[in-house]
Design a binder for this molecule. Structure first.
Ligand SMILES: Nc1ncnc2c1ncn2[C@@H]1O[C@H](COP(=O)(O)OP(=O)(O)OP(=O)(O)O)[C@@H](O)[C@H]1O
Ligand SMILES: [Mg+2]
Length: 288
């Protein structure tokens, strides 16, 4: 497994005097779908905003493909290949579906997304090309927001609670589309509080609580994989991390982890369940 392309190193983020993140660290390797799971108000959006430079971290670093982007402007970070799908969607209500996509088009780099390609991913949008964004349903708006971000040809997609406020059938449909993006090799960081949605898609799951990572998945690979994986990829800062997990964690394991978090510090048994252990991976994660 390649070294992580995104490394968030102990970031502390504030809104004015109000501190929201307390040393959040995470890594995302190329082609991975990593989920940041947590309840309302724990700092999922703030973590994404910090990565995107919208609310820069006051301490700590965000490193993208080996470059420190902590103090870069959002437009520079977007140009560097990170696309952000915000939870409030922010489509242009007065523009049509076609116009929303056209203004977001970026010729350079990435996977060469075109309007035709995003219509192939979201066929429903092709039936709505002339409809104004403000007249779309919640699910259609979510598809348009993802499609619009893809038009910028990102290498990493930050998806902030895409399932929020959508009907169960629409959520299922959206999950399939995001699964297709993942299978096409797009790197994804997904913020969610919908456990099922997150676990069906994610290769690894971090659990965030009160601005701190409370469950940290190990990067762990199958035996015989990339020799780097035995020792863990090196990341900026010189720390050595363990290798990546081959597939998603089980529902029971993460639900147990979250449940235990409610019982206060020191109660979580995440990382101690032997049933989920993989060959060559002594433990899938650790309480942070
Ligand atoms: N602009 C802001 N100014 C001050 N405080 C803010 C601001 N935005 C968010 N917060 C606070 O920061 C904390 C974390 O908010 P954040 O939106 O990151 O959480 P979240 O995990 O994304 O929650 P949700 O699941 O509801 O989207 C909350 O207590 C919130 O009230
Ligand atoms: Mg949020």
């Amino acid at each position: 497994m390649a070294p992580p392309s995104l490394v968030v190193e102990e970031i502390y983020t504030f809104y004015g005097l109000s501190q929201v993140l307390f040393g959040v660290s995470l890594e995302v390797a190329p082609g991975e779908c990593v989920c940041l799971l947590g309840r309302n108000g724990v700092g999922k959006t703030t973590t994404m905003r910090s990565i995107m430079g919208l609310t820069p971290a006051r301490r700590g670093r965000v490193v993208w493909r080996g470059r420190d982007i902590t103090s870069k402007a959002p437009y520079q970070i977007a140009r560097a290949g990170i696309g952000f799908v915000p939870e409030d969607r922010r489509i242009f209500a007065d523009l049509t579906v076609w116009e929303n996509l056209d203004v977001a088009g970026r010729r350079r780099g990435g996977a060469g997304w075109t309007v035709d390609r995003v219509f192939d991913l979201f066929p429903k949008l092709s039936e709505l090309v002339d409809r104004q964004g403000g007249f779309l349903s919640g699910g259609e708006q979510q598809m348009l927001t993802i499609a619009r971000t893809l038009m910028g040809n990102p290498e990493l997609l930050l998806l902030d609670e895409p399932s929020e406020g959508l009907a169960p059938l629409v959520v299922e449909h959206l999950k399939e589309q995001i699964g297709r993006l993942k299978s096409q090799g797009l790197t994804i960081l997904l913020a969610e509080q919908n456990v099922g949605f997150c676990l069906d898609l994610a290769d690894r799951v971090y659990v965030l609580e009160k601005g701190q990572i409370r469950y940290r998945p190990r990067l762990c690979a199958r035996e015989g994989a990339d020799p780097l994986s035995r020792h863990g990829p090196r990341v900026p800062g010189g720390r050595v991390h363990p290798p990546p997990v081959p597939r998603a964690l089980s529902h029971s394991r993460v639900i147990a982890s979250i449940g235990n978090l409610t019982n206060g510090p020191g109660c979580s048994r995440a990382g101690s369940d032997r049933r989920d252990r993989q060959p060559g991976c002594p433990s899938r994660g650790t309480e942070a």
